[in-house]
Design a protein. Structure first.
Length: 138
C-alpha cells in the first residue's frame, strides 16, 4: 500500500530549513496561531501533489531579500515539467516584508485564501504564475 498522509507542525526557528527537509509524505503543515515566525531566506516549497500550508492565524515576517513561499524554477522547460504540484496557502494573520509574500511558479490549481500581505517591495506580492497580476496586497 502507499504511504499515508501526514501533518507536520512548523517550528518557530529555521523555517526555510523545515520546508527544505519536509518529508515526501507531508500533505499538511500547520503553523502555531500564537507564534510570530521570522525568515530571512526564501521558503522553497517541495514538489507535492497537494500541500496545505495552514497559517492558523500566525504572523510571518520576511527578510528584505526573501521571496516568501516560492518554488525554484530555472527555465520554461523545467516549468512545463513541474506543473503537477499544487498548494493551498491559507489563514495567515499577516505576511510582512520581503520582496514577495508568495511566488508559486509552475503550479496549476493552487489556492491562496485569507492571507494578509503587508509591506512587500515588489508590486505583485502574490503570483501563481509569471503573468498573474491578481495578487495585489497592501
Amino acid at each position: 500500500m502507499g504511504s499515508s498522509a501526514r501533518d507536520y507542525v512548523v517550528p518557530v526557528n529555521d523555517l526555510a530549513g523545515f520546508f527544505a527537509a519536509l518529508p515526501k509524505d507531508a500533505t499538511r503543515v500547520v503553523f502555531s496561531a500564537a507564534a510570530i515566525y521570522k525568515c530571512e531566506k526564501d521558503i522553497v516549497l517541495p514538489d507535492a501533489q497537494l500541500l496545505v500550508i495552514d497559517g492558523a492565524g500566525a504572523k510571518l515576517i520576511l527578510g528584505p531579500k526573501s521571496n516568501g513561499f516560492t518554488r525554484l524554477i530555472k527555465d520554461q522547460k523545467e516549468a512545463l515539467s513541474r506543473t503537477s504540484s499544487r498548494y493551498a496557502i491559507r489563514d495567515f494573520a499577516a505576511i510582512e516584508g520581503g520582496l514577495k509574500a508568495i511566488d508559486l511558479k509552475a503550479t496549476l490549481g493552487s489556492v491562496i485564501e485569507n492571507v494578509r500581505c503587508v509591506g512587500q517591495s515588489k508590486p505583485r506580492s502574490i503570483a501563481l504564475r509569471p503573468d498573474d497580476t491578481r495578487g495585489q496586497c497592501s
